[in-house]
Design a protein around this ligand. Sequence first.
Ligand SMILES: Nc1ncnc2c1ncn2[C@@H]1O[C@H](COP(=O)(O)OP(=O)(O)OP(=O)(O)O)[C@@H](O)[C@H]1O
Ligand SMILES: [Mg+2]
Length: 254
Amino acid sequence: MSTVLKVNSITQRFGGLVALNNINMYVDDREIVGIIGPNGAGKTTLFNIITGMYEPTSGKVELAGQDITGKKPYVIAAMGFARTFQNIRLFGKMSVLDNVIVGMHTRTKANLIDAIFHTKRKYREKKECEEKAEKYLELLNLWDLRHEYANSLPYGCQRRLEIARALATEPKLLLLDEPAAGMNDRETDELLEIIKKLKEMGKTILLIEHDMKFVMNICERIYVLNYGELIAEGTPFEVRTNQKVIDAYLGKEE
Ligand SMILES: Nc1ncnc2c1ncn2[C@@H]1O[C@H](COP(=O)(O)OP(=O)(O)OP(=O)(O)O)[C@@H](O)[C@H]1O
Ligand SMILES: [Mg+2]
């Protein structure tokens, strides 16, 4: 099995704060891996480093064996990472379908000349984009809503739309930052079923999530961060029964 993501000794300081201290982790091809940890543990910071939004104080990030540390976010995205954000970031006044198509733009080949002269290539690419976007909307149970404005969708659907948009770029690794946050039980269960489907399709996913039921249900392996330290890693069972993890969640002082 090949390794898609490798995080090597990543440290991130913000002034005097050590947001991440010497973190090592990996994600293999076709794995669903979780990151959990209390608020402020450094989870989103790690995503920001992986996707090139922050340059780490030290350490290295590899995507499919290539060193991508310090590369620009758009370069990294084009190399095969796609993410969703902790807070919804959609184009509210655009249709659901267009929100997905916009996300695919980094990957299309049509250039400025094509855009101006409406060449055949441009037309063909537009068609392909639409078909692909519709495929992912169907997968996320959003196809019926494809012509609606994004901001008219219920909250749970908006969160799924973000995932559809990220998936449509066909990334090597999909990063989800709290995909179930704010969802009710029914929406969470629906999302769980969708992620199970993605797993069957062979997608590789790294997800941050507070909802324990969700994480324990879907992840093969879990990393636990607390105050910037990696305090545990292992299967859901190993993590759930780890004393350090239990203490971190109960807020016990060391
Ligand atoms: N750009 C920044 N500048 C300064 N401090 C930051 C910055 N980004 C994050 N931090 C700090 O780093 C720590 C980790 O934040 P981070 O957002 O990664 O936590 P998190 O685990 O995602 O928490 P949550 O579960 O609340 O989303 C926090 O103390 C936060 O205030
Ligand atoms: Mg966060």
